[in-house]
Structure formats: structure tokens, C-alpha cells
Design a protein around this ligand. Structure first.
Ligand SMILES: Nc1ncnc2c1ncn2[C@@H]1O[C@H](COP(=O)(O)OP(=O)(O)OP(=O)(O)O)[C@@H](O)[C@H]1O
Ligand SMILES: [Mg+2]
Length: 244
């Protein structure tokens, strides 16, 4: 079966900097794929290229068999490509419910439908009691949940999660992991995550792609990848064990 997402020889240059260079990988239905790598490795840039917030210098993004490399972010979202942002920026003047409704308006014009769906998603992420408050009242863990809720409201088939566990305390991280394990209940059939917390990567991923200086240096099952000497060398300084 054709993968849900295919990325072919993706490259992005910022001036003279090769932020992403010749990266290829795929994500199949039902899979959780993690993208790891040291700070500045190009992980967020890869997500921006897949979701359309950046145009690649070279390479293609294929989603559900369609070349989407030149589509705008909202067009890709409508096809079922959802994402969260590493730096969460909810609309501070909108309530938590309204923030999630913004995502739902991608596929409905009816405020009543958007509201109902947004409430269902807030219940799913455990923020329903906060619906009418403003995002400024949330802790980091709450803001990360809101970020996931906003992405879920667009009804993604594939969700790109950029560091939704990083910065959370162990209890909050555990709750987020539980939530991520239930995403299929909302029709999400595949997940690509960027995560620094290796314990989370090991527990959630079917496959791991490792980036270093913009290039893919390894790919495979999580247990094998973290033992790969090439990967350990890239992380020298100890990040690969941080938080494990
Ligand atoms: N818009 C931009 N303009 C110029 N350089 C950029 C831009 N975005 C990213 N970069 C550079 O590209 C490289 C890759 O950045 P990116 O944010 O993709 O890394 P990352 O792997 O997500 O890092 P982190 O783990 O810190 O989130 C870095 O050197 C970064 O400074
Ligand atoms: Mg990043």
C-alpha cells in the first residue's frame, strides 16, 4: 500500500545554510514515526516543508498519493495534514473553545457544528472545564494540550507534532503520552513527531528518523537507532540520554 506521506530528497537552504539536505522518508497508515536530532538539526524545518509553511529549495512532498509541494498550508490541511507548532501561539483574545473552533472552520461554516466539534475535542484533551477561559490562564502543559486540540479540530489524517512533550513534568508528560496513544479515536491514522525526550520517543514510535546538520543519518526501530554509534556520535554531549 502506498504510504500516507512520502518525502523525496527534500532540501531547504536559508542563504548559505543547508537547513535540510536531501531528506527522504515515509509515513504509512497506522504508523508513529519520530524525527529526532540535536538542536538545529532541521526537524522543525522539515515539518514546515511538509505542512507548507516553507517552500522547499528542492524535493517533493507527496500526501495521499498527491504531490502537495506547491500547495498552501490550508490546502494541505484540508487534505488531512495537521500540525502543531513548537512555539505555541494561541489567539490570546479568543477563548480556549474559540481557538479550537478556528481549526474546525477549516471544514465547516456552521458555528454550531464548529462549537460542538471543538467541545468534543476539548473533552478529549481534558480542557472542557476551561472552554470559556482564555489561553493566557493555561500552564505550559495546558497550552500544549490546546495546541494539540487546535490541530485535531482540522480533522487530520496525519498529525505532525513538534515537541508536545518537551518541557512538561513527568506527570504531565505521562498524561500527554496517554492522550497521544488515543489519537486514532479521532480518526488520526498516523503521527509524525519531533521530540527531544527520548523516553517518549522509545515508547511511542514504530520508527525513528535521525537528522544531523540537515541530513538523515539513520532510520530504523527506536531501540536500534539509539544504539547506533553514528547517532550516539551526533548527540555527543549527552542529549540522547537526556530525560531518558
Ligand atoms: N527561517 C529561517 N531563516 C534562517 N535560518 C533558519 C530559519 N529557520 C531555521 N533556520 C536554521 O535552520 C537550522 C535548522 O533549524 P530547525 O529549527 O529546523 O532545527 P530543529 O532541529 O527544529 O532544532 P530544535 O531542536 O532547536 O527545535 C538551524 O541552523 C536554524 O537556525
Ligand atoms: Mg525545532
Amino acid at each position: 500500500m502506498q504510504p500516507l506521506l512520502e518525502v523525496w530528497n527534500l532540501s531547504k537552504q536559508f542563504g548559505g545554510l543547508h537547513a535540510v539536505r536531501n531528506v527522504s522518508f515515509s509515513v504509512r497508515e497506522g504508523e508513529v514515526v519520530s524525527i529526532i536530532g540535536p538542536n538545529g538539526a532541521g526537524k522543525t524545518t522539515v515539518f514546515n516543508l511538509i505542512s507548507g509553511f516553507l517552500q522547499p529549495t528542492a524535493g517533493e512532498v507527496i500526501f495521499r498519493g498527491q504531490v502537495v509541494s506547491r500547495l498552501k498550508p490550508h490546502q494541505r490541511a484540508r487534505l488531512g495534514l495537521g500540525r502543531t507548532f513548537q512555539i505555541v501561539r494561541p489567539f490570546s483574545g479568543l477563548t480556549i473553545l474559540e481557538n479550537v473552533m478556528v481549526g474546525a472552520f477549516l471544514h465547516t461554516r456552521s458555528p454550531a457544528v464548529a462549537r460542538e466539534e471543538a467541545m468534543q475535542i476539548l473533552r478529549f484533551v481534558g480542557l472542557e472545564h476551561r472552554a470559556h477561559q482564555f489561553p493566557g490562564s493555561l500552564t505550559l502543559a495546558g497550552r500544549k494540550r490546546l495546541e494539540v486540540a487546535r490541530a485535531l479540530a482540522t480533522r487530520p489524517r496525519l498529525i505532525l507534532l513538534d515537541e508536545v512533550v518537551a518541557g512538561l513534568n513527568p506527570t504531565e508528560a505521562e498524561e500527554m503520552i496517554r492522550l497521544l496513544r488515543r489519537l486514532s479515536e479521532l480518526g488520526v491514522s498516523a503521527v509524525a513527531g519531533v521530540e527531544h525526550v527520548m523516553r517518549v520517543v522509545l515508547r511511542l514510535s514504530d520508527r525513528v528518523v535521525v537528522l544531523h546538520h540537515g541530513e538523515k543519518i539513520a532510520e530504523g526501530p527506536p531501540e536500534a537507532v539509539v544504539r547506533d554509534p553514528v547517532v550516539i556520535a551526533a548527540y555527543l554531549g549527552g542529549e540522547v540520554t537526556a530525560g531518558a
